[in-house]
Design a protein around this ligand. Sequence first.
Ligand code: 13P
Ligand code: SF4
Length: 362
Amino acid sequence: MIGQKEELRTTPLEELEARIARAKRKLASRVLILGHHYQRDEIIRFADYTGDSFKLARDAAAEKEKPYIVFCGVHFMAESADILTSDEQAVILPDLGAGCSMADMADIDQVLDCWEEIAGRNGKRTIPVCYMNSSAAIKAFCGDHGGIVCTSSNAHSVFRWAFERGERILFVPDEHLGRNTAHTLGIGDEELVVWDPAKPLGGCEEAALDRARVLLWKGFCSVHMHFLPEHVDRMRERFPGIRVIVHPECTAKVVAKADAMGSTEQILRAVRESAPGTCWAVGTEFHLVGRLAAELAPRGVEVMTLSPFACQCATMYRIHPRSLCYVLESLVEGCVVNRIVVPAEIARSARVALDRMLEHKG
Ligand code: 13P
Ligand code: SF4
């Protein structure tokens, strides 16, 4: 297998694509290929389903007959798919180095330390809510403590669910999705605090902690941090009438200047539904934006990136046709490589939180 990997390093793209197509044909109904919207075009063209993290989790959970699910996305997505599928199904991540820097900003020990400080603080019940972009261990923690997972597509509804059960939310790990979601519920910045796991008591003042309705973990997505409020101003100056739509991992200042925010799937839906002649600036990863621009240009809908720089998710980009070819050809040879397996005890608890999430429409 090592030999085959070495050989793939120098295999030209057209040949890789032909080999992927051949292996996929041979595996036929035994394999399902899922592709997140940030994947490069050369991968997306082989995906049976594309989607945001909510839709792909649901797609994986629904495919009970497929022995192999090849997840072209990042590690936390493949972990979630493994939790939501049966033990007989193998979830495969084509490149094991495809992580998520935001998910890495919270580890379970830090979350447990934080929980010890705040769980029942000043007599208020705290509900832990974690973003899909987090480890299986953190999802399990949420499952065990009356909490839930959310994605960027259902965070509003999940926060409402949590507030029906407690007075305070601990939201891990994206400060910005948490803040933007709190704002949609009418919760202002004075009722939010940022918990910095590197500081004693999260770097918070006691009074601010007592007052807080949502504790936001100090985590962020480096891709979405590239979008700035002045990019929105510049676009509106250059293209009067332009519509601006951004992902909720952007800062609240960017979201405040945009016309709309949404998950990757929601962004695609909103832009696709617009009338010919509409011009859009989109604040999310550039593979999605580039594909959408190419798709809609013939219909007279203009789509461009909000940022003057190409904002790319480096870890999503690790999934190369070479790695897809490797895992598929290995399956044809009867060998499962790069399988993601969540230990049973963690998976059981994480599943509780994920099942709660799946009840909230994305
Ligand atoms: P979506 O759920 O919108 O696809 O977002 C996942 C993600 O990682 C965005 O950075
Ligand atoms: Fe993680 Fe950001 Fe990449 Fe999404 S875009 S997978 S949050 S690093």
